[in-house]
Design a protein around this ligand. Structure first.
Ligand code: ZN
Ligand code: FE
Ligand code: FE
Ligand code: ZN
Length: 270
């Protein structure tokens, strides 16, 4: 069974359930390895409503280490979802280094001051130049990669969430520099099934972008982006099928920020 490398805790203020509930949900779907990746604190004032404070961070660490100690029949990794934004390195670079995470997901949720995937800020899309937004987003992703701070790119094509997308040919052109950089940096992208629960109703990334990733030998992992326990492992069969249809035969696992490849098994696909 696949590992689920993307899930949150109630410390971010918009997720529910205890870590035990997430672990039990994983066991129910036969998942043997998970990673908690709650939203990282950013004491510089970035997006305070969607994350723990730096003062709460020890609580997050303790939550994960205590569930690790309590659980013997499953692997539980300690991760974080850290946003990239202009100036984030000042805090994140030393902070990520001094914490012993197993993996770090790098995400972009803002273009300048606009939380483009925030339902409360969705109206802005109506008057936006869609292509321009996607260009700005992928430019931010190239900068994310350039920092060298992250292992995995989170929800690669997040701007599609509300179904505002450029045509495929243009999207391919827009995404190429970021994908080239991800490949060069030997980073991983996640097949994030959270998109199936949004208006777009599609895994992040799209089949087109995953095909471009495959052509560049970019490694993959899987994540549900669960914000409630029942979302753990959400539609992983669909993600596995997408990986198979795209020609992937391996995914990666992480430990202490080192990745290793493991074969994918397709025998359970319905
Ligand atoms: Zn969240
Ligand atoms: Fe995210
Ligand atoms: Fe997330
Ligand atoms: Zn996410």
């Amino acid at each position: 069974m696949l590992a689920d490398y993307h899930m949150h805790t109630s410390l971010c203020g918009h997720a529910e359930g205890s870590p035990e509930d997430y672990v039990n949900a994983a066991k129910q779907c036969g998942i043997k390895e998970i990673c908690f990746t709650d939203h990282a604190p950013n004491p510089d004032g970035y997006d305070p409503d969607n994350r723990m404070t730096l003062a709460q961070f020890p609580e997050y660490s303790d939550l994960v280490s205590s569930i690790q100690k309590q659980t013997s029949d499953m692997t539980i990794l300690y991760g974080i979802e850290a946003d990239y934004y202009h100036g984030c390195e000042a805090f994140l670079a030393p902070w990520l280094k001094k914490n012993d995470f197993d993996l770090v997901i790098g995400s972009v949720h803002y273009i300048a001051e606009w939380g483009f995937d925030n339902p409360a800020e969705k109206e802005t899309w109506k008057s936006a130049d869609v292509s321009h937004v996607w260009r700005d987003y992928f430019t931010l992703l190239t900068k994310l990669v350039d920092t060298g701070l992250y292992d995995i790119v989170g929800h690669l094509d997040l701007p599609k969430k509300f179904r505002y997308c450029p045509p495929d040919a243009e999207l391919a052109e827009i995404a190429t520099p970021a994908l080239d950089k991800i490949a060069e940096a030997d980073m991983t992208i996640e097949l994030n099934t959270g998109g199936l629960r949004k208006a777009v109703n599609e895994i992040y990334p799209s089949p087109l972008l995953l095909k471009m990733a495959r052509e560049r030998n970019i490694s993959i992992c899987f994540g549900s982006d669960a914000h409630i326990p029942s979302q753990v492992g959400h539609e992983f069969n669909m993600a596995l099928k997408l990986a198979k249809d795209t020609g992937y035969s391996e995914c990666v696992r992480y430990l202490k920020r080192e990745k290793r490849s493991i074969p994918l098994h397709f025998d359970h696909i319905a």
